[in-house]
Design a protein around this ligand. Structure first.
Ligand SMILES: CC(C)(COP(=O)(O)OP(=O)(O)OC[C@H]1O[C@@H](n2cnc3c(N)ncnc32)[C@H](O)[C@@H]1OP(=O)(O)O)[C@@H](O)C(=O)NCCC(=O)NCCS
Length: 181
């Protein structure tokens, strides 16, 4: 699904929200390699990001062409700041009412409301598509994300204990959060 470009202002900065274009494939892979190293809150370590140029182009085209998923990029004063995406959980009729959300910003673009803006626009799109619930997983030590999701109406429905084991031998839980739409 394409997100038609929108302009916003936050904290005196110009924010552009729009879908990705295939030419941005390398930028998106580089972004993933950076953001996965900035916090322990995303899916993997930077050295595990192995997407090729062509796989990333397919990822962009699949999201832009689908009616049950969307990739939304954010630019702050012209600089790529991160993205938010949603995907229908499955094509099975029983679970077609559920969408999952992912979001990740470069650290330098956190803490001034961009995450909230992206999540709000994303939730509206998900609702417009007819989904009945939005779901996500957040690492138990990620207070900022947890508070953002809670303030948007997500509630905690369960935990996977020790879901993440870090290279230093420590663990964190995954928390499953859901918002009814
Ligand atoms: C989590 C993330 C998307 C939040 O986006 P953000 O732009 O930093 O958050 P916002 O500035 O919109 O703040 C949203 C809310 O978070 C909370 N918050 C912000 N900074 C916080 C902090 N340092 N500590 C605790 N809570 C904080 C506040 O409740 C805030 O609500 P408010 O708007 O009423 O003040 C972003 O920080 C990020 O991408 N982090 C790295 C990757 C990540 O953790 N992804 C999420 C995986 S589930």
């Amino acid at each position: 699904m394409i997100f038609e470009e929108e302009k916003h202002e936050l904290d005196g900065k110009e924010i552009i929200l729009r879908s990705a274009v295939p030419d941005e494939a390398d930028m998106l892979v580089d972004y993933l390699k950076t953001v996965t190293g900035e916090t322990p809150f995303l899916l993997c370590y930077p050295d595990e990001v192995k997407y090729t140029h062509n796989e990333e182009i397919k990822f962009i085209e699949d999201h832009n062409g689908s009616d049950s998923s969307m990739l939304l990029l954010a630019f702050v004063d012209g600089e790529y700041a991160g993205n938010c995406s949603f995907d229908g959980i499955t094509v099975s009729r029983r679970a077609k009412h559920r969408a999952s959300i992912g979001i990740g910003l470069f650290q330098k673009f956190t803490g001034f409301g961009l995450g909230r803006l992206l999540m709000e626009r994303m939730l509206e799109k998900i609702q417009d598509c007819g989904f009945e619930q939005a779901e996500l997983t957040v690492v138990s030590t990620n207070d900022r994300a947890y508070r953002l999701y809670e303030s948007l109406g997500f509630r905690e429905y369960g935990r996977i204990p020790n879901a993440n084991k870090y290279d230093d031998g420590t663990y964190s839980d995954d928390i499953i959060m859901i918002k009814s739409l």
